[in-house]
Ligand binder design. Structure first.
Ligand code: ZN
Length: 350
């Protein structure tokens, strides 16, 4: 299956120039070797007017939900606050899409490169534990449509403005199905998903010595390296949310001759992440919101989607990854990265 169209990640304002360049290249290719390619037209798209940004509620200092899923299964026990069903996962995606959320790679959040259309809010989708219900292949090699990857792929295929994006934090024997682990890791990566480190045997790192914790992390790094050498693990999630007594151990280390280095460390539960442009954004303590079939508590998706709207907390994009646009009162709390421009909105939304 083809990966989602790259155009799906391009903001409307930025779309015009690549199309013109691609057209020029196509014309050049048809013209034969002797002809010079048609010159690419110089297209400059004026930035959106302040009034339009204010009307869209742009606020790139707002909060970004990072959703934490676990098992995806047909039957969820009443007291299970972590598992969900394929139907419920599809409903969550439908709801997020309708509410103007768009999925981004965790790497983009951490890098502060948010590329979603004007007026929309980035969301990061994560899955812990690398269970069979998250990614199951059928005997004919197709993806089980009732596994999480089946649901995500089908949703992206039906919604061109919703690319295939999620992080799968795996343990040893990723996704079960012995013998198919390497194939699955490669497929995920090819499709635009990310793979993260959830340690080899899922022990609580808060209870281990530093060398033992390093070993748990590095052995998973080594396993994925053997199974799928091209798949890089930039991110990790702490089993049970347990931070090692020396937190730097989660970020980087060497054990058994294997070195790992993570750009983010995800916690368990309980709230949205700060904007990547907020001074308080700490990718090494990345909070997440619980997403499960049982969705009736203060830490969970339903409650947080309501609060993000009711309390005006949402990150709302200006559609331009190079410019960070925030209301004037937020400026002291914002930090932009090298090469980015800060744009300050003086007006207020009606
Ligand atoms: Zn876990």
């Amino acid at each position: 299956m083809a990966a989602s169209s790259p155009a799906a990640r391009v903001s409307p304002a930025a779309l015009i120039a690549p199309v013109v360049v691609a057209l020029a290249m196509a014309l050049g290719a048809c013209g034969g070797e002797d002809e010079a390619p048609a010159p690419a037209a110089a297209v400059t798209t004026p930035p959106p007017a302040e009034a339009d940004l204010v009307a869209a509620g742009v606020d790139e200092g707002g909060l970004v939900p990072v959703l934490m899923y676990h098992e995806v299964t047909d039957t969820v026990a009443g007291d299970d606050r972590f598992s969900t069903t394929p139907e419920r996962l599809a409903e969550d995606l439908e709801r997020l899409h309708a509410a103007g959320y768009r999925p981004v790679p965790l790497s983009d959040l951490v890098d502060g490169r948010i590329d979603v259309p004007l007026g929309t809010t980035p969301v990061v989708i994560t899955f812990d534990d690398g269970t069979p219900g998250q990614f199951r292949l059928l005997d004919d090699g197709s993806v089980d449509p009732r596994s999480a990857v089946g649901v995500l792929n089908a949703f992206a295929d039906a919604h061109p403005d919703w690319p295939r994006r999620a992080v799968f934090y795996v343990n040893g024997a990723p996704f079960g199905q012995a013998g198919r682990e390497a194939e699955k890791l490669r497929m995920l990566s090819e499709w635009g998903y990310e793979v993260g480190n959830h340690t080899l045997t899922h022990q609580n790192l808060a209870t281990l010595s530093a060398p033992a914790a390093r070993g748990e992390i590095a052995r998973l790094t080594a396993l994925v390296g053997e199974l799928a050498p091209g798949v890089r693990l930039r991110h990790m999630a702490l089993p049970f949310g347990g931070m090692p007594p020396t937190p730097a151990v989660a970020r980087s280390g060497t054990a058994g001759g294997v070195t790992y280095r993570h750009d983010s460390v995800a916690l368990v539960g309980a709230e949205p992440a700060p904007s990547p442009f907020a001074r308080r954004f700490d990718p090494l303590r990345l909070p997440r919101i619980r997403a499960a079939a049982r969705d009736d508590g203060p830490l969970e998706l339903d409650e947080w989607l309501r609060r993000l709207d009711d309390e005006g907390l949402r990150f709302v994009s200006d559609g331009d990854p190079e410019t960070v646009t925030v209301p004037a009162d937020l400026v002291p709390r914002i930090r932009v990265r090298a090469g980015q421009t800060l744009r300050v909105l003086r007006g207020t939304a009606p």
